[in-house]
Design a binder for this molecule. Structure first.
Ligand code: B4P
Length: 181
């Protein structure tokens, strides 16, 4: 399993889908799973840029991993978003006979993020909500990366600024190295 971590607008979903399509893997997006539930409570949190309850997110992610049992590699995008989720995943994966091969961290400057999300214009892409989501990302991500590093899981930074194709090529290269190594 490959994890995609990055601030809102960094291209996690775009790159996760591209990578999965190219390699015959499965893309699992926590945000998309949540939007698909049409759950009113989750929806309210998401439109404010807040984290949705762990119980719901964990259940959705666990079920999605379970449905992908015949797929060689999974690309998990937007999960974990806090340390508790990161620990839950480590406990959950052996039940599915999976492990984390690499964590890809997509780095993109704030001005570029603002530009991308303005173009996309999703309901949670207002200035105020983007600021809340970015703050949450900055507060919650480092402990997750430190935790995974402490377990010996490769955490690889990738420059997410550039064309979709350029970023994809870089990610593919980093993943090929991680899967070989
Ligand atoms: P997500 O759906 O994960 O939304 P996101 O962080 O904005 O990333 P997304 O993947 O959609 O955007 P991307 O960067 O690919 O989460 C939404 C909400 O769900 C969260 O705020 C939270 O409320 C909730 N949630 C999700 N996961 C949760 C969890 N684990 N626990 C609790 N709550 C959770 O792309 C953005 C835009 O950039 C796109 O329009 C794209 O076309 C463009 N783009 C991408 N790459 C580009 C490039 N190279 N150049 C130019 N534009 C590019």
């Amino acid at each position: 399993m490959i994890l995609f971590v990055g601030p809102p607008g960094s291209g996690k979903s775009v790159q996760g889908q591209l990578l999965s399509a190219r390699n015959g893997w499965r893309w699992i997006s926590a945000g998309q799973l949540l939007r698909d539930t049409k759950d009113p409570a989750a929806y309210e949190h998401m439109t404010k840029g807040e984290m949705v309850d762990n119980d719901l997110v964990n259940r959705l992610v666990g079920e999605a991993i379970g449905r992908a049992k015949d797929i060689v590699h999974l690309v998990l995008d937007g999960y974990p978003r806090e340390l508790e989720q990161a620990k839950w995943l480590i406990e959950e994966l052996p039940k599915h006979e999976r492990s984390i091969a690499a964590v890809i961290v997509l780095n993109v400057p704030n001005e570029e993020i603002a530009r991308r999300l303005k173009i996309r214009g999703r309901l949670d892409d207002t200035d105020e909500v983007i600021a809340a989501r970015t703050k949450l990302y900055n507060d919650e991500t480092q402990p997750i990366l430190d935790y995974y590093r402490s377990l010996g899981i490769p955490v690889r930074d990738v420059n997410g600024f550039g064309s979709v194709g350029q970023v994809h090529d870089h990610i593919q290269q980093v993943i090929d190295e991680s899967l070989q190594g």
